[in-house]
Design a protein around this ligand. Structure first.
Ligand code: SAH
Ligand code: SF4
Length: 395
C-alpha cells in the first residue's frame, strides 16, 4: 500500500437495526440496568438486590432463562420475561485447530458476523474478542483491514462473546459449585480481534466494566489487555475509564515506515504516540505497556530497527511482543526468517526487556493474529444483499 493511501477505507457503514421487542439486559451498565428494572415495575427499594441477583445468574452462572432463576418468585420471573431478554451472539461455526485453538464465527444482530478466538495455554486460557465488524483503518499487513463492511459492536455483543465462548467450553460453575472452585478456562481477555477498540470506546468500556465487575464476569483488570493501533486521544481515557493493560501495535521505528504499515501514524506520529504511552502506567496504575511488533521480511526487521526501537521506548516500562507475520491470501508481505526474528529478539532481550516471540496459534484455521475477516465479506456480497440482510433499504 502506498504512503498516500487513505487512512480509512471508503467504508460501507451499516447502522444497527434498532431491535424491537424486549430490552436485552446483557451489556447494560449498572445504572442503566437498575433503571430498566425500575421502569419495568421493580419497586425502587428492591432494585439493588434484584440487580445483584440477576447479575449473578447472568454473569456468574451463565443462566439466561428467567424461569431457571429459582431465588426469584414465579410472578417476578414472569414480569422479567415480559420486559427483557438475555441475548448474546450466536455461535454459527466453530473450528478447532490442531493446536487446540478454537475460532468461532459469531452472528450478531442484523446478520453480521465477527470472529472470536480461544487460545488455551498451560497456565491460562485467552479469549481474543472483536470490537467491530471489520475495521475502518487500513493497516497494510492486516486482513481485517481489507474488510469494508464496518459496524461497531454493542457492549452486549462484546461481553456476549465471552459468555458464548464460556458456554461452548463448559466454563460456568455448575449449581452448587462455588465461584473460583475450578480454574477458569477463559482466564484472560485480549481486545485483539477484529476492529479498533478505541474507535468504539464507550461500548468497549461498558463491556469491560462488566468483565471486571465482581458480580459480573469477575476478571481482574490485569487479565484484560486492549490493543490499539494508536488512537492517541483515547489512550488517557482508556487508563482513566477502563484501567486495563495496554498493548500498542507499534510495528515500525521510523515515521516513514509506520506511515505505510499503520496509516493512522499520519494522524498521530510516533513521537505523539510515545508521549501518550509514557503517561499510561501512572494513569492506570498498571505495569508494563506491551509493544506489538509484527516481523515483516526486509521491511522492519533489521538490526538498526531493533536498536532504534530500544531508543524510542527508553524510559517506558515495556515488554516487546514480536509477532511473526501471518500470511493471508493476497498479502503484500512475507514473514521474516526465523534467525532474523531471533536475532531481533536477542538485541531487545539483552537490553533488559522481555521479548517473547508470539507463537502463531491456529494458523491452519486462519485464526492467527491479523487473519480474521468475516465470511460475510469474504463471500463478497453486494451492497444490496448486505443491506437486505440487515433489514435496511438500499440508498
Ligand atoms: N486494531 C487493534 C487490535 C486488533 S489487531 C490493533 O491494531 O492493535 C491485533 C494485533 O495483530 C495487532 O498488533 C495487529 O497489528 C496484529 N496483526 C494484524 N495483522 C497481522 C498479521 N497479518 N500478522 C501478524 N500480526 C498481525
Ligand atoms: Fe484495524 Fe488493527 Fe487491523 Fe489495523 S491492525 S486494520 S487497526 S484491526
Amino acid at each position: 500500500m502506498s504512503a498516500d493511501a487513505p487512512i480509512t477505507h471508503d467504508v460501507l457503514t451499516i447502522p444497527r437495526k434498532v431491535p424491537e421487542g424486549p430490552l436485552n439486559l446483557v451489556g447494560l451498565t449498572r445504572p442503566a440496568f437498575r433503571q430498566a428494572l425500575i421502569a419495568a415495575g421493580t419497586p425502587e427499594r428492591q432494585a439493588k438486590m434484584r440487580e445483584a441477583q440477576l447479575w449473578q445468574w447472568i454473569y456468574h452462572r451463565g443462566v439466561r432463562d428467567f424461569s431457571a432463576m429459582t431465588n426469584l418468585s414465579k410472578a417476578y420471573r414472569a414480569q422479567l420475561a415480559e420486559n427483557f431478554s438475555v441475548d448474546i451472539p450466536e455461535i454459527v461455526s466453530r473450528q478447532v485447530s490442531a493446536d487446540g485453538t478454537r475460532k468461532y464465527l459469531m452472528r450478531i444482530a442484523g446478520g453480521h458476523e465477527v470472529e472470536t478466538v480461544y487460545i488455551p495455554e498451560t497456565d491460562r486460557g485467552t479469549l481474543c474478542i472483536s470490537s467491530q465488524v471489520g475495521c475502518t483503518l487500513t493497516c497494510s499487513f492486516c486482513h481485517t483491514g481489507t474488510q469494508k463492511l464496518v459496524r461497531n459492536l454493542t457492549a452486549g455483543e462484546i461481553v456476549g462473546q465471552v459468555m458464548a465462548a464460556r458456554d461452548d467450553l463448559g466454563d460456568w460453575p455448575t449449581l452448587g459449585e462455588g465461584m473460583g472452585e475450578r480454574p477458569r478456562l477463559v482466564s484472560n481477555i485480549v481486545l485483539m480481534g477484529m476492529g479498533e477498540p478505541l474507535y468504539n470506546f464507550e461500548n468497549v468500556r461498558d463491556a469491560m466494566k462488566i468483565a471486571m465487575d465482581g458480580e459480573g464476569i469477575s476478571l481482574s483488570r490485569r487479565r484484560i489487555t486492549l490493543s490499539t493501533s494508536g488512537v492517541v486521544p483515547e489512550i488517557a481515557r482508556c487508563a482513566e475509564e477502563i484501567g486495563c493493560l495496554m498493548a500498542v501495535s507499534f510495528h515500525a521505528t521510523t515515521d516513514e515506515v509506520r506511515d505505510r504499515l499503520v496509516p493512522i501514524n499520519r494522524k498521530w506520529n510516533i513521537a505523539t504516540l510515545l508521549e501518550a504511552l509514557r503517561a499510561y502506567p501512572r494513569l492506570s496504575n498498571s505495569e508494563r505497556i506491551t509493544f506489538e511488533y509484527v516481523m515483516l521480511k526486509e521491511v522492519n526487521d533489521s538490526e538498526a530497527d531493533a536498536r532504534r526501537l530500544l531508543k524510542l521506548i527508553s524510559g517506558i516500562p515495556a515488554k516487546i511482543n514480536l509477532i511473526p507475520f501471518n500470511e493471508w491470501p493476497g498479502a503484500p508481505y512475507e514473514r521474516s526468517d526465523w534467525d532474523r526474528i531471533e536475532a531481533f529478539a536477542d538485541i531487545i532481550y539483552k537490553a533488559g526487556y522481555a521479548a517473547p516471540i508470539r507463537t502463531p496459534r491456529g494458523e491452519d484455521i486462519m485464526a492467527a493474529c491479523g487473519q480474521l475477516k468475516s465470511a460475510t465479506e469474504r463471500a463478497k456480497k453486494s451492497r444490496a444483499e448486505i443491506a437486505a440482510e440487515a433489514g435496511l433499504s438500499t440508498p
